[in-house]
Design a binder for this molecule. Structure first.
Ligand SMILES: Cc1ncc(COP(=O)(O)O)c(C=O)c1O
Length: 306
């Protein structure tokens, strides 16, 4: 998302469609000053003359939960938010894969951290390709750590948390790596700057637990389901030591933007044989079929917009 200028025709802003150029925010918005906001990242895949939105309802439920956690009163129901996404996707008449960014934040009004200024809500949708290299990324363990659970609400997808991810990602890039991996406050592997992480060890899929310092990723959940239900793999949620990551047979990221991204190197240690692993490549293939509605069993996760 850092490359290129993003643009589309319409944005859904506070209840109605507005032209891209008119989707504006006042500079006094509390969301800008203090990061008081929540957002989502959703993908839509262009297939068979329609956009197939993946796990729309789950994303919008998480949006509302994130908002509740930080006292943000979203003035729309779950159904209204889902309809807003559909409306803006339809209006833009996309003919490629897209990314959808619902966002809610405190707007202008008063000043100070105590103020509870009116909440503004937008849904932005735009053409989008790959986020990380699907051929595999080289990672750096970040010097920036995930905060403990009593410091910032790690479960919520809150704007303020993304300064941490920005610092981690920029640090990794400045050091010549593709992506950062953040440890939790106790030194165990947590997640990437916008992705959950999995390792494969002796045929078992292992990922940090949801009680750890991670965002409960929707792609993470998808992968855990398809690994057990289709590949018949054992999936274990437990803490992962940094050394286990270095010595894993395979490792990969999961995320809406990153989809399934193989990790081929961490801190200059080659993972496995430095190529995309067997399990990773099977999951990548299955995931692409599922998000495009090609596996009937998971058809419930797709919302078609024509
Ligand atoms: C910090 C972080 N972890 C994990 C994820 C993956 O979550 P999801 O699979 O729901 O996109 C994301 C992206 O949303 C993220 O920003």
């Amino acid at each position: 998302m850092s490359k290129g200028v993003i643009q589309a025709n319409y944005v859904w802003l506070n209840g109605k469609l507005v032209e891209w150029e008119n989707a504006k925010v006042h500079v006094l918005a509390q969301g800008i000053h203090y990061g008081i906001g929540v957002f989502e990242g959703i993908r839509g895949y262009y297939d068979n003359d329609c956009i197939k939105i993946f796990r729309l309802e789950d994303h919008m439920k998480r949006f509302l939960k994130s908002a509740k956690i930080i006292h943000l009163e979203i003035p729309y129901t779950l159904d209204a938010l889902i309809n807003a996404v559909i409306e803006v996707v339809k209006a833009n008449n996309f003919k490629t894969d897209i990314y959808i960014r619902p966002v809610a934040f405190r707007g202008p009004g008063s000043i100070g951290v105590r103020a509870k200024n009116p909440v503004e809500v937008a849904v932005i949708a735009f053409e989008f390709g790959k986020y990380l290299k699907p051929t595999g990324v080289k990672c750096k363990i970040s010097s920036w750590r995930k905060p403990p659970a009593d410091s910032l609400p790690v479960y919520a997808k809150i704007a303020a948390m993304y300064l941490l991810y920005h610092l981690a990602a920029v640090e990794a890039n400045n050091c010549g790596f593709d992506e950062a991996i953040l440890l939790d406050s106790e030194g165990y592997v947590a997640e990437g700057s916008g992705e959950n992480i999995f390792i494969v060890k002796d045929g078992v899929l292992i990922t940090p637990p949801t009680y750890g310092a991670i965002l409960e990723g929707i792609t993470r959940d998808t992968i855990m389901k398809i690994a057990t239900e289709i590949l018949g793999m054992k999936v274990v949620e437990r803490r992962i030591k940094r050394e286990e990551l270095y010595t894993a047979d395979e490792a990969f990221f999961t995320g809406t933007a990153a989809e399934i991204t193989p990790i081929v190197e961490v801190d200059n240690r080659i993972i496995g044989d430095g190529q995309i692993g067997k399990v990773t490549s099977q999951l990548m293939e299955l995931y692409q079929k599922i998000v495009r509605g090609k596996i009937e069993k998971y058809g419930r996760w797709i919302t078609e917009v024509k």
